[in-house]
Design a protein around this ligand. Structure first.
Ligand SMILES: C[S@@+](CC[C@H](N)C(=O)[O-])C[C@H]1O[C@@H](n2cnc3c(N)ncnc32)[C@H](O)[C@@H]1O
Length: 221
């Protein structure tokens, strides 16, 4: 596995781990050298799936892999919906949290070998996880290796369709604790569609629920 310090919220004062252990809290995802950043509500990750999450789960057919599953709220909801599900996350604390709830979760990076590569019917990148690794096209190519030929990648995108920016980020908490820097990326639906031109993937569906935006990405026919 690559250095844990290069991942979302890891390293430094480990504010993400602390928030998960404390059962919630507001973190901020901050671009280094820029303003106050965007809120990340850990309580939402620890809560039950909401209507926007359910809109994704309702579209899933077959086994689903949740990449960057955190403490497992989507894995839980997908299992309740009758889907065979597995979560993957580089955060040991998040995976322990999921397992303590009886949920199947692997402590591993999406860029490492994963079970049943090439056969997952659905793969999820929720809660901004298209930012993982700081290069959406690289992440989506990796995800394309993991899904089956007819599989779908469900991506939560930035609500502003033209957003398209990569940056070095930190996660900070309300007490000033900060993670190590890590690469991250925000992208909206229109920008992602443009980025996928000329690749083997395309956006086949877009929708919004409660101010959150989602796209379905599939192999071109
Ligand atoms: C914005 S949080 C999303 C949390 C999550 N979707 C939930 O429901 O709690 C990003 C998550 O991605 C995980 N992550 C970051 N890099 C990863 C990687 N390379 N492979 C797998 N998970 C990763 C982080 O540890 C973190 O749990």
């Amino acid at each position: 596995m690559s250095s844990p310090a290069a991942h979302f919220g890891a390293g430094g004062d480990a504010p993400y781990d602390i928030a998960l252990r404390n059962g919630g809290g507001t973190l901020r995802l901050v671009e280094i050298g820029e303003g106050s950043g965007r809120r990340v509500e850990i309580g939402r990750f620890l809560a039950a799936a909401d209507a926007a999450d359910d809109s994704v789960i309702a579209r899933i057919r077959g086994p689903v892999l949740d990449v960057g599953c955190g403490p497992g709220r989507i894995v839980h909801a997908a299992i309740l919906a009758g889907r065979l599900s597995l979560g993957v996350d580089v955060s040991r604390t998040a995976v322990e949290h999921a397992r303590q709830r009886g949920l199947p979760a692997l402590h591993r990076s999406v860029f490492e070998p994963l079970p049943q590569e090439g056969s997952w019917r659905a793969l999820l990148l929720m809660d901004g996880n298209i930012g993982i690794g700081g290069a959406p096209h690289v992440l989506l190519e990796r995800c394309a290796q993991i899904i089956s030929t007819r599989g779908s990648i469900f991506v939560e995108v930035d609500p502003e369709p033209t957003t398209d920016r990569g940056y070095a980020a930190t996660v900070v908490d309300e007490d000033g604790r900060s993670s190590s820097p890590f690469p991250w990326y925000d992208v909206g639906a229109a920008a992602l569609r443009t980025r996928l031109k000329g690749s083997r993937l395309e956006i086949t569906e877009t929708w919004e629920v409660s101010g959150r935006a989602f796209v379905r990405v599939e192999r071109r026919l």
